[in-house]
Design a protein around this ligand. Sequence first.
Ligand code: GLV
Length: 339
Amino acid sequence: MTKRYKVWVSRPLFPEALARLEQHVELHAEAIERVHSPEQLRERLAGVDAAIIGLSDRVDAATLAGNHRLRVIANLAVGYNNLDIDALTRAGVLACNTPDVLNETTADYAWALLLAAARRVGAAERWLRAGQWTGAMRFDDWLGVDLHGKTLGILGMGRIGQAVARRAAGFDMRVLYHNRTRLPEVVERQCAACWVDKAALLRESDHLVLVLPYTPQNHHVIGAAELAQMKRGSVLVNIARGGLVDEAALAASLAAGHLAAAGLDVYEDEPVVHPALLALEQVVLSPHLGSASADTRRNMAQLATDNVLAGLGVGPDAGRPPTPINPQVLAARGVLGKA
Ligand code: GLV
């Protein structure tokens, strides 16, 4: 049977998601993980009706120029700073992301980084594996900083931020947050979190977790001035986007002993990590894997698949993609969508 739509998947995906796509569309799935050049991306997207792409695939007006076929882009991520949403909307292309399914897993990982950085897990493990634990260990060696009983600051209080906050109760921590818009009181109560302005957040938090989306407006929202306002001995965790933090300034603050440690999952220029951060033992570094549990990555793949099929108007939810970013495209097509 000839299938009506062609779909490109820019990176290897779980077989069950590919199989579901294949029931409805002609599938072109990459078998190897790679970064596509702007030209390759333009070319691939020109020949298909929909695509599932990753964060390293940047789609803007130039990518879309002259493309009259593409109808849906499904991003395999909740963040979508790789997509120019205005350009997609102007081109009539529905953009979708994968919110919610990764909230709890990503919040777990923020805590993994916070604990590992505060208690020096990375450096201690490297030391042990290097065969350096050869005799009695000094009682005052490997001293970290406590989390329990301290104040946790959260910058960006969307659903992942809220999930990070809820976990703080188990550590008996006070939670402060800053967000452009204050949460409804009922949500603040559920998270046991108090809104403060950014200056108070920096001043009063013992440890700070960044969970806000990246936009050009919040580029380097944590720079040298903000780091200087944070408490001496505090820990910074970034599970959001690298561009939020001035990495050179962070490395300088850590090297000077102002911040005790940092836990980073994201970087300004991925996959490049600032050499000054690589050189510091007190930084826990991971390769942008906050949502990478087996269940969650499978759920993200299924959600992206749902978005593509529904966005193309096929399958059981035809016309009602679960998580559109620009649902106005559906309205313009005369389809309501579930926004
Ligand atoms: C990962 O960074 C995501 O946005 O899902």
